[in-house]
Design a protein around this ligand. Structure first.
Ligand SMILES: [Fe+2]
Length: 307
């Protein structure tokens, strides 16, 4: 029938030990051999050793083998020759240098949780009791991998690969810079943006609500304030609350809540946005290192070395 979700990612880092410790503190559950699980998504992150930080593999779930056949046919019109097994398809995007692995996978059935009740002007939905948010004690655990953001040295080729080849849908664009793409009902599961080097900008992990975004980030910062990148804020494109922190290898990690969901393609009109106002509605000023990561020159130099 279709692509339906991100399954898992493999990130290469030069310092697996400290990076693994970070993702455990981030709230993912270690399952052994550098692998980590989210609460609803299962095993979704694998860390492996690499000379420079990069996204090595992006996993996408499809419903059945017919989907793999369709993607193989679409890629062949782009002159990309995928590797095909009965239950998987593998192809590499030249612009992001990422190996994309499609597998037949079960759909993600997330338990339907009730939103915490709130009070407002003239509205007392939470009468005579404290907010759930101040009573919660347990550590925040990300529910699923939501999206990844990649830098591409060839936007045109990457867009052709992911949209025309793999079958992602366009949710929104930032003129001349980036495309927000989905392979599920989430507003974006992949954002590809122009960059001087193939780059993993960030991975993003879903939590329950804005309180969990704040509480999870605060806990990580209590241990090491230098992890802070940008937040708390609310994005304009996708509408989600965000807080970005940095892992020891330099990859940004985002906690997010309340992302737009597109359940009816006919009713969504992709927009073309421009400027900083498209990036966020409110929050602290965007740090320059968010737009151009501090290790960009190092990554560019590393491109000339071994992978
Ligand atoms: Fe994000």
């Amino acid at each position: 029938m279709a692509l339906h979700r991100l399954t898992s990612i493999t990130i290469g880092v030069p310092n697996v030990g400290p990076t693994a410790a970070y993702y455990e503190e981030f709230g993912l559950t270690p399952t052994g051999n550098g692998r980590f699980a989210s609460t609803d998504g299962g095993e979704q992150l694998s860390l492996v050793s690499a000379p420079r930080r990069r996204l090595m593999e992006l996993g996408i779930g499809v419903d059945d083998p017919d989907d793999l056949d369709r993607v193989a046919a679409s890629l062949s019109t782009l002159r990309v020759a995928p590797e095909r097994t009965p239950s998987s398809l593998v192809a590499v995007d030249s612009g992001t240098d990422v190996r994309v692995v499609l597998t037949v996978a079960r759909r993600l059935g997330q338990p339907n949780t009730t939103a915490a009740s709130t009070n407002g002007p003239g509205r007392t939905d939470r009468a005579t009791r404290r907010a759930d948010a101040v009573l919660r004690q347990e550590p925040v655990r990300p529910r699923k991998l939501g999206h990844v953001v990649l830098g591409s040295t060839n936007m045109e080729a990457s867009e052709r690969f992911f949209i025309d080849g793999i079958g992602f849908k366009v949710s929104d664009r930032v003129a001349g810079l980036a495309a927000f793409l989905r392979c599920s009902t989430d507003h974006h599961n992949l954002l590809v943006q122009q960059a001087p080097v193939p780059l993993l900008h960030h991975t993003s992990w879903q939590v329950e609500d804005v309180d969990e975004v704040g509480r999870a980030a605060t806990a990580l910062l209590a241990k090491d304030p230098s992890r802070h990148v940008w937040g708390l804020g609310r994005h304009h494109i996708g509408s989600n609350f965000f807080w970005y922190l940095k892992d020891p290898a330099g990859n940004f990690t985002e906690y997010y809540a309340d992302l737009d969901c597109i359940v009816d393609d006919q009713l969504w009109t992709p927009g073309v946005w421009e400027g900083m106002s498209s990036l966020y509605k409110w929050g602290p000023p965007v740090p320059p290192s968010f737009l151009a990561p501090d290790d960009l020159a190092e990554l560019m130099a590393g491109m000339h070395g071994a992978r």
